[in-house]
Design a protein around this ligand. Structure first.
Ligand code: PNS
Length: 169
């Protein structure tokens, strides 16, 4: 989707929104693949999340910043309020979301349709999770870690290190 019509166009900007509490290797795979589809990819953390997050927005932004180094067109941000309003402020025309299993589909469809109603100029693009990552979720990673299970290979090393440094898990 890279824009070949000249430097006067900003190109395709996409938002990859989520909780990222914490980022997993599944998210990272999506960031890598999504970054190849657009000119700029903004990975953005919902900051006024009603779910009680384990990591603060600042910590989650730090972890994301630590792992996006290899991708030159990817940046990290946070937002609150409506996603479509935020996307419009960023001049983004695409929202990227991942789908792991059919169970994700129902909620994702609802969100995509609501977002289309609220912001008809913004298209949601779904990427299928990489097969190696389709069972990974932030919630399960936290649960397995909490119960003493091995989470290496499921999250970037920086996330694993930060989990180990938390005394409250
Ligand atoms: O990683 P998550 O928790 O599945 O991400 C959910 C997220 C952040 C994408 C979603 O909750 C969201 O977009 N919230 C912003 C509020 C909003 O725009 N709601 C109406 C659209 S459905």
């Amino acid at each position: 989707m890279a824009n070949a019509s000249g430097p006067e166009k900003a190109g395709h900007i996409a938002i990859y929104p989520g909780s990222f509490d914490p980022i997993t290797n599944g998210h990272l795979d999506l960031i890598e693949r999504g970054s190849k589809l657009v000119d700029r990819l903004i990975v953005s953390i919902l900051s006024n999340d009603t779910k009680l997050p384990l990591f603060s927005v600042e910590e989650r932004m730090e972890m994301l910043s630590e792992v996006i180094g290899p991708f030159s067109n990817v940046e990290v941000d946070c937002f609150d309020g409506l996603l479509v309003d935020y996307a419009a402020r960023k001049d983004a025309t695409v929202i990227i979301r991942g789908i792991r299993a059919i169970s994700d589909y129902e909620f994702e469809l609802q969100m995509a349709l609501m977002n289309r109603r609220l912001g008809p100029g913004i298209e949601t693009i779904f990427l299928m999770a990489g097969e190696a990552y389709s069972y990974i979720s932030s919630r399960l990673v936290k649960e397995v870690f909490h119960l003493g299970g091995n989470i290496s290979g499921l999250v970037p090393p920086t996330v694993e290190a930060r989990l180990r440094n938390r005394k409250d898990i």
